[in-house]
Design a binder for this molecule. Structure first.
Ligand code: 5AD
Ligand code: FES
Length: 368
């Protein structure tokens, strides 16, 4: 039988290899995995960490995902939509601070009013954030869900150039268990395809540790990322939200928290080994489970961090899961905090750069 070191010495991995990496359960093997992922990261994307200022600009949502705190049926949530001026001011503040990129994230809505609102925001952000440091303005990533091809194209033309849409799980049965019938796995796949054909850098991801999710499911998720040739990856542990239908799994969640957290880190490392030069985010959900979770994510091969720049009064209305960090009044200063946390694990933050996916750049070069 192959040892973990044998697997790590390979250049490519079978599904079985991936499963064995995800099943690692000794400190010794975990250290080997972490070291390999770190080395591969240094070789393929370097040690720099890129920032994206996250603006959670609206929590209205037409969807009803069984795990998510801002699902439309959660009547406890106060719904908000920041104004164009508020969004623009946040973007300008971010650009001046040194964030080279922002992520505009919201609950899902595909109505014309909403899409043209986002379109106008993008145009104005682009116009108003150009400077010597950022000659092309802020880099803009969108994370606003499933839209039509035409809508994706409009927002791309307006100036957004990256898009995040998580597949959540590639096991279509499991997808069905955590979403109502109105949300289809096939449509999610089509949306990913549309995002790609439009020309965006494509990001996706899954939740790790979902009830009934197997190691094989996660290995399939990784192979799917490779197959659809993603540029960016954002994955995090599943975290229970007690005002959602999935609260019925709270015992499972609280009893397995430690394993779920460790599995999320192993997924990050394994994804780095398999996907090599993509951007991988160390997600807030890791930090929600463990105070140094995001730093650990960096140590397991991640190279992007998304500090929250949403004004404090709205952050608490954007609770996707329990225990969301950075809700206290920190005067919006996740910036200084994040940079020192990144330094604490020996890494350097790059300011005033878009920090595009090396994978995307390499592809462009190959096709030129
Ligand atoms: N636990 C972990 N991640 C969650 N998300 C939503 N709800 C939860 C939860 N309870 C993630 C989903 C979604 C992203 C914006 O947040 O993966 O795509
Ligand atoms: Fe938000 Fe530290 S990252 S306060």
């Amino acid at each position: 039988m192959k040892t973990i070191q044998d697997i790590l010495n390979q250049k490519d991995f079978s599904k079985e290899d991936l499963i064995n990496l995800l099943k690692i359960n000794t400190q010794e093997n975990l250290d080997l995995l972490k070291e390999s992922a770190n080395n591969l990261m240094l070789e393929s994307v370097g040690s720099n960490v890129y920032l994206r200022g996250l603006i959670e600009f609206s929590n209205y949502c037409v969807n009803d995902c069984y795990y998510c705190g801002i699902r439309k049926s959660n009547a406890e949530v106060h719904r908000y939509l920041l104004s164009k001026k508020e969004i623009l001011d946040l973007a300008i503040w971010a650009a001046e601070k040194g964030y080279g990129s922002i992520v505009l994230q919201s609950g899902e809505r595909a109505d014309e009013n909403f899409v043209s609102f986002v379109e106008e925001c993008i145009v104005e952000i682009k116009e108003n954030t150009k400077s010597e440091n950022l000659p092309n303005g802020l880099g803009i990533t969108l994370s606003i869900g499933e839209l039509s091809l035409n809508q994706y194209e409009r927002l791309f033309k307006a100036g957004a150039h990256r898009y995040l849409l998580r597949i959540e799980t590639t096991n279509s049965d499991l997808f069905k268990q955590i979403h109502p019938e109105t949300q289809s796995f096939e449509r999610r796949l089509e949306s990913l395809n549309c995002i790609k054909t439009t020309g965006y850098q494509l990001g996706t991801g899954v939740m790790i540790g979902l009830p009934n999710q197997t190691y094989e499911d996660l290995a399939n998720d990784l192979l799917f990322f490779k197959e659809i040739d993603i540029d960016m990856l954002g994955m995090g542990p599943y975290i229970v939200h007690l005002s959602t239908p999935m609260k019925i799994y709270k015992d499972y969640y609280f009893e397995n928290q430690k394993e779920i957290y460790a599995l999320a880190l192993k997924m990050v490392a394994t994804a780095r080994l398999l996907l090599k030069d993509v951007n991988i985010a160390s997600t807030t959900a890791l930090q929600a489970m463990y105070p140094w979770g995001r730093e650990e994510g960096l140590l397991f091969g991640a190279n992007v961090v998304m500090p929250n720049i949403t004004p404090n009064e709205f952050r608490k209305e954007y609770l996707l899961y329990n225990n969301k960090p950075c809700l206290e009044d920190n005067k919006g200063d996740c910036f200084t905090c994040t940079i020192s946390r990144i330094e604490s694990v020996g890494r350097k933050t790059v300011l005033n750069k878009w920090g595009d996916s090396q994978h995307f750049t390499n592809k462009l070069r190959q096709n030129a």
